[in-house]
Ligand binder design. Structure first.
Ligand code: OGA
Ligand code: NI
Length: 370
């Protein structure tokens, strides 16, 4: 999957039916996948049919993602740093337990997401938009018009930093729980950046000082129960575009991570958070820490809820014009830069323009393309 032989893909391939028209009609309902399920459909509309997934061998690996216990950080720091380094080099993801965020904050955040998606449709529609400069955006499939297949998911996206929304801008149901959860996730995240910096032999504050924690973003996903889960995906295979994602998932399951070309299930484990290394992490570490491909399979049970807190930049105009490139201290004659320097906003703009497609996002930022 990570072979470098990619050429630029332009538009989603059009099959025999008028996909664009059906996508537009779906978008115009402003009520997402949940709206379809509420209307009682028993077959998924063809814009959701994922031919490649249908043909795929569904076997999963019996490995499990590394679990790192942060509870003993004060007397076991060296060993934890070694674990973090190994997890980032080999997997690009790891679970953290005993990270300090109270279970009650996590469940309040999940409840708030459920509440948002399940509130009265007319109220929810006010937030329906594809204007990613807005701090609060609700829609189904951020890449609806670029992706060749539509995913079985609705989302609410919140830009939390550098310029946070005022409490009034946040949907009421969200204010306190999301402010609280994102503050706590941010604090845990800053601690993880320290471990990652130390894992690379850098000063503890290196990643923070270079601005990895400037941008904060929340993706609040709602995956309705799917009547034909073998034909579609909740979230197709993708990498996250930011530095680090802290993912909270409920008890339904369905999340998978790609490891050595095989999908590995990430079963729910209450209280844990999944840390996912993103494209900007791969860029600044010159691919020592790879961004991890992950996806969510659809289920006939649900709804499934997840909250992703992401250290990520936003589009131009949102205070994210700083340049990021491979960390100089990591480069040498034998380890020349693979990626060019890029503004965070450029990487995000590229993700919005391309959607989640086969070409890895970082391919566009490579210095020497074959
Ligand atoms: C994401 C993501 C996975 C999930 O929001 O980028 O990968 O479990 N979410 O919802
Ligand atoms: Ni993701």
């Amino acid at each position: 999957m990570n072979t470098p032989k990619y050429t630029e893909t332009t538009t989603a391939s059009m099959s025999e039916y008028n996909r664009r028209k059906e996508v537009e009609a779906f978008d115009a309902t402003k009520s997402g996948v949940k709206g379809l399920v509420d209307a009682g459909i028993t077959k998924i509309p063809r814009i959701f049919v994922h031919e490649e997934y249908i043909r795929e061998d569904k076997a999963v690996s019996d490995l499990s993602v590394p679990v790192i216990d942060l509870g003993s950080l004060s007397n076991n720091r060296g060993e934890i740093i070694d674990q973090v380094r190994a997890a980032c080099e080999e997997w690009g993801v790891f679970k953290i337990v005993n990270h300090g965020i109270p279970k009650s904050s996590m469940s309040k955040a999940m409840e708030a997401v459920k509440g948002f998606h399940e509130q009265d449709t007319e109220t929810k529609k006010q937030y329906y938009s594809r204007d990613y400069l807005k701090k609060v955006v609700y829609n189904s499939n951020f890449d609806l018009y670029t992706n060749a297949v539509t995913n079985w998911r609705d989302s609410l996206y919140l830009i939390m930093a550098p310029d946070p929304p005022t409490p009034q801008e946040l949907p009421q149901i969200f204010r306190d729980p999301m402010m609280e959860f994102s503050e706590q996730a941010k604090n845990v995240g800053i601690g993880v950046f320290e471990l990652l910096s130390e894992a690379l032999g850098l000063k503890k504050s290196h990643m923070f000082d270079m601005g990895c924690a400037i941008g904060e973003f929340l993706a609040c996903n709602y995956y309705p129960a799917c009547p034909e889960p073998d034909k579609t995906l909740g979230f197709g295979s993708h990498t996250d575009s930011g530095f680090l994602t802290f993912l909270l998932q409920d008890e339904i399951g369905g999340l998978q991570v790609l490891h050595k070309d095989q999908w590995v299930d990430v079963p729910p484990s209450p209280g844990s958070l999944l840390v996912i290394s993103g494209d900007m992490m791969e860029l600044i570490t010159n691919a020592r820490f790879k961004s991890a491909y992950h996806r969510v399979v659809a289920k006939n049970s649900g709804p499934r809820i997840s909250v992703a807190f992401v250290f990520r930049m936003h589009l131009a105009g949102s205070g994210c014009s700083r340049l990021y490139g491979p960390i100089k201290e990591l480069l040498s004659e034998n380890n020349p830069p693979i990626y060019r320097e890029a503004k965070g906003e450029e990487i995000v703009a590229c993700r919005y323009a391309k959607g989640i497609e086969k070409t890895p996002l970082l391919w566009y930022f490579k210095l020497n393309k074959p």
